[in-house]
Structures are given as C-alpha cells and as structure tokens.
Write a protein that binds this ligand. Structure first.
Ligand SMILES: CC(C)(COP(=O)(O)OP(=O)(O)OC[C@H]1O[C@@H](n2cnc3c(N)ncnc32)[C@H](O)[C@@H]1OP(=O)(O)O)[C@@H](O)C(=O)NCCC(=O)NCCS
Length: 163
C-alpha cells in the first residue's frame, strides 16, 4: 500500500468508496463541485490510499491557519485492519505539521467504532467542549442527527461525516 496526493480525477472512485459504506449519506459538500472546491483550497492536505487495483482509501484535511481539520478518512472494507488508516493519518498529520499547524480536530459520531482507532493513534476525545452547529441555508434540520444510528459491527462508516 502507498499514498499519493488526491486528484480531481479521483472523484468517481472516492464517491463510490464513500457511498459504499451502508448508511453514509453524501452531502452537498460531497458533490463533484464541492469536492473540487475543497481540493482546490486544500490540495496538499488530501491523500488517497492505493493498493494494487487503485484507490482504496482517503483522507482530506484543511486548516484555517490556526487549527487543522480532518475529513473523510476511509479505507475500503476489504483492506481494513491492514494499516491503511494509520498510513493515511500519518501522512496527513505530517502534511499539516509541515504547514505549521500544531493541533488538529475532527468530528465523529460518538458511536463510531473508529473512535477507538483514533485513540490508538494518539487522539483524545474532548470532554470539555461542545460542538455547536447552525445550518445557514435550506432546511435548518438538515444533517442534524439527533438520535444514534443503529449500532452494527461493520457499518461504522455510516457515521463518517457528522454534519
Ligand atoms: C477507521 C478506519 C479508517 C481505520 O482504518 P484501518 O485501515 O482499518 O486501520 P489500521 O489497520 O491502520 O489500524 C491502525 C490501528 O488502529 C487499530 N484499529 C483499527 N480499527 C479499530 C477499531 N475499530 N477499534 C479499535 N482499534 C482499531 C488497529 O488495530 C491498529 O492498531 P495497531 O497498529 O496498534 O495494531 C476504517 O475502519 C474505516 O474506513 N472505517 C469506516 C470509515 C470511518 O468511520 N472513518 C472515520 C470517519 S470520522
């Protein structure tokens, strides 16, 4: 396995990867236009994982000059548990540090099994802060999940993108 910088041409493979996880709803930010906009702003911080057959994982990050933010960490189900997630996170954390970013945050549903993955990599769940959100256009309730999704082993990806 290896990683390389994400490219606009990866969109179809990534959309298939992300939408392949049961229950993972794609948001407007995941449209081709939204993807290209994010990549245009944060290209050096977005990576794909490659196996022998092509794109098998992803991570996207950005920063606001103060803090970094990680999105869309995902590894194809068939490769999970073989080090790809760690590889992607090491690569993106190094890239953020290279840009002078010393602290990074991510949003994850409390019931996502990937919480334990992140803890293994040195991340800590914050008990001292709330995340507050407001939808600025359209239906104010869009994407605000108020109740936990069913917990089922293997579909952790259903909670990839708290919105
Ligand atoms: C989270 C995810 C990216 C992890 O990728 P992965 O390639 O399976 O992880 P790795 O094989 O690199 O594992 C790295 C370490 O974390 C541990 N780990 C991985 N998943 C774990 C889990 N669910 N619970 C506890 N530990 C876990 C591994 O045992 C390994 O430990 P070690 O290196 O000390 O032996 C992958 O499970 C995934 O794509 N999940 C669905 C998408 C998702 O939920 N992403 C998070 C969005 S916020």
């Amino acid at each position: 396995m290896d990683t390389r910088l994400m490219e606009a041409g990866d969109y179809d493979a990534l959309a298939a990867l992300w939408s392949g996880f049961p229950g993972n709803a794609m948001t407007a930010a995941d449209s081709r236009a939204g993807f290209e906009r994010f990549l245009g702003a944060n290209g050096p911080l977005c990576f794909v994982l490659l196996d022998g057959t092509g794109v098998a994982g992803s991570v996207m990050a950005g920063h606001d000059t103060r803090r970094g933010y990680v999105y869309h960490l995902a590894v194809s189900s068939r490769l999970q548990g073989t080090g790809g997630g760690r590889l992607l996170m090491e690569r993106v954390e190094r890239a953020l540090l290279d840009e002078g970013i010393e602290k990074v945050h991510l949003f994850i549903y409390r019931d996502n099994p990937a919480v334990a993955f992140y803890e293994r990599l040195g991340w800590r769940v914050r008990q001292d802060i709330h995340v507050m959100s407001k939808v600025l256009s359209g239906d104010p309730s869009t994407g605000m999940r108020e109740t936990p999704m069913p917990d089922a082993r293997g579909d952790g990806a259903a909670r990839t993108d708290p919105r």
